[in-house]
Write a protein that binds this ligand. Structure first.
Ligand code: ADP
Ligand code: LRH
Length: 464
């Protein structure tokens, strides 16, 4: 009988259950279940469907039972910033609105009447993004103050799933840090900031570190899935897990966690909360072992996902890459332009941008994909230049991990635009980082270096 660990990794576009076993010092993975994800309109707002997601989480657990591969522990990671408010009976208050919804429009200005962006950055180290938890809570304060009044707890998305699984409420550090409400210095909630903003402090639980054992599966869940196991908090922000699985040695390493978003940066022992850092759009998110993820959020493959949905649902991503590679269109868009965040049509948003800036307007799927892939690679090169300026270091390799590392054409462009070597893989970095924390938690690995050594030996890494 194997000694299994289970990662439930839910990204914005899909979720998967991945079992891991250590064999002869190598990590062996088996994807046992996969399901779709995405925001849908409900009551006029873009929402996640938590009931569907939790059903799928349990379906994947049942699949482990069917296979006779019972994990000793399970951990869930998800995208950042989103949360639920729970009432006294642990019912969700309001809709489970997602980060692409427009409810945060105008909330920066509201928050700025209370605290300046500069001070916020100095306190939290987290870069301004209109969708951050802070602005979402401000939106609730404005439009549904009754939810905040009735709330007994707030839980970030993976915290909520850990609660549904185990019955225990924890707020895990890496996901908490994406809220822009955690102190960069202390690693706990910035209680003074919560007070200033008028957010009820009593609903925030003290922050728990990744590796904490939350408990075991609740009785009802055990009965439904057919087994019991531990529930462990991983680095439950997906990017936090992915960064842990970057297969590099040493400190001076640039990564891109490439999926729905591209998160490009380095790992650091100290945060940089300076104004220069803020002005160049870098954030300091919390990582495993009190390391900081110093990175920039780049719009990422969301743009390709959207164009695929609109134009060619039946083509694979690989086929779209191949089409793009044949084109010679030179138009470039600024991937982080607001117009690409949640457009009704991504195709039109890209075309409008090109037309507005006097560039050739892409018409075919191949042309659109070529513009997007080239623009992303250009954005990576610009980000690398800023990173090197801010850290005073030179990085000779860009490590791309995540589903997007399968996009060979994009890797090639990244090498071309940055002029650096590109290392691609592992593609399931987020799940691997999630699993690694379970193995760190029970002492299987001694530290992060041991984890990364094992990852380098276990997975195929390609080079450009
Ligand atoms: P998330 O976890 O954010 O949902 P993933 O890490 O699963 O995202 O990455 C999904 C993205 O990876 C897709 O949107 C697609 O652009 C890219 N991708 C996946 N497979 C391939 C492939 N075979 N060729 C090119 N791109 C791919
Ligand atoms: C990527 C991600 C990213 C941001 C965004 C909201 O999946 O977690 O790091 O936080 O989603």
């Amino acid at each position: 009988m194997g000694n299994y660990y289970l990662a439930v990794d839910i990204g914005a576009s899909s979720g998967r259950h991945i079992l891991a076993e250590l064999k002869n010092g190598r990590m062996e993975l088996e994807e046992v279940y996969r399901f779709q994800n995405g925001m849908q309109e409900r009551n006029g707002a873009l929402c996640w469907d938590h009931e569907y997601l939790f059903r799928e989480i349990k379906n994947g657990l049942k699949k482990c039972k069917e296979l006779g591969k019972i994990p000793q522990s399970v951990s869930v990671d998800t995208w950042g910033v989103d949360f639920v408010l729970l009432d006294q009976e642990d019912r969700v208050l309001g809709d489970t609105v997602g980060y692409r919804d427009s409810r945060t429009q105008g909330m920066t200005e509201k928050v700025e009447t209370i605290i300046s962006q500069e001070e916020l950055y100095q306190r939290t180290g987290v870069h301004w993004q209109l969708y951050n938890t802070i602005y979402q809570l401000e939106a609730i304060k404005e439009t549904h103050p009754e939810y905040l009044e009735a709330a007994e707890s707030i839980l970030m998305t993976p915290d909520y799933f850990h609660f549904l699984l185990s019955g225990e409420k924890h707020m895990e550090y890496t996901i908490a840090s994406t809220s822009q409400l955690v102190s960069a210095a202390s690693g706990d909630w910035d209680w003074e900031l919560l007070d200033l903003l008028g957010f009820p402090k009593k609903i925030f639980r003290p922050v728990s570190m990744p590796g904490t054992v939350a408990g075991h599966l609740r009785k009802e869940v055990q009965e439904e899935v057919g087994f019991d196991c531990k529930v462990v908090l991983p680095a439950s922000h997906d990017t936090g897990s992915a960064v842990l699985a970057v297969p590099a040695k040493g400190e001076d390493v640039v990564y891109i966690s490439s999926g729905t978003w591209s998160l490009m940066g380095v790992e650091r022992k100290e945060p940089d909360c300076s104004l220069e850092s803020m002005e160049s759009d870098f954030t300091n998110e919390g990582g495993y072992d009190h390391r900081y993820r110093y990175l920039r959020n780049i719009m990422g493959l969301w743009m390709i996902q959207s164009v695929k949905k609109e134009l060619t649902e039946d083509l694979s991503f690989g086929e779209i890459c191949a089409l793009a590679a044949k084109e010679s269109i030179a138009s470039i868009v600024d991937c982080n332009d607001e117009s690409f965040m949640a457009p009704k049509s991504m195709t039109k948003a890209v075309q409008d941008y090109c037309s507005r800036t006097g560039q050739q307007v892409p018409r075919t799927t191949g042309e659109l994909a070529a513009v997007i892939y080239n623009s992303l690679a250009k954005c990576y090169a610009d980000t690398l230049a800023h990173l090197e300026e801010n850290t005073g270091k030179h990085y000779d390799t860009v490590y791309v991990v995540g589903g997007g590392s399968k996009a060979g054409y994009l890797n090639e462009l990244t090498a071309k635009y940055t002029g650096r070597r590109v290392s691609a893989g592992p593609t399931e970095a987020t799940a691997i980082g999630n699993l690694a924390v379970q193995m760190l938690s029970d002492g299987t690995f001694a530290d992060v270096d041991a984890v990364r050594d094992c990852i380098r030996q276990s997975f195929e890494i390609k080079e450009w």
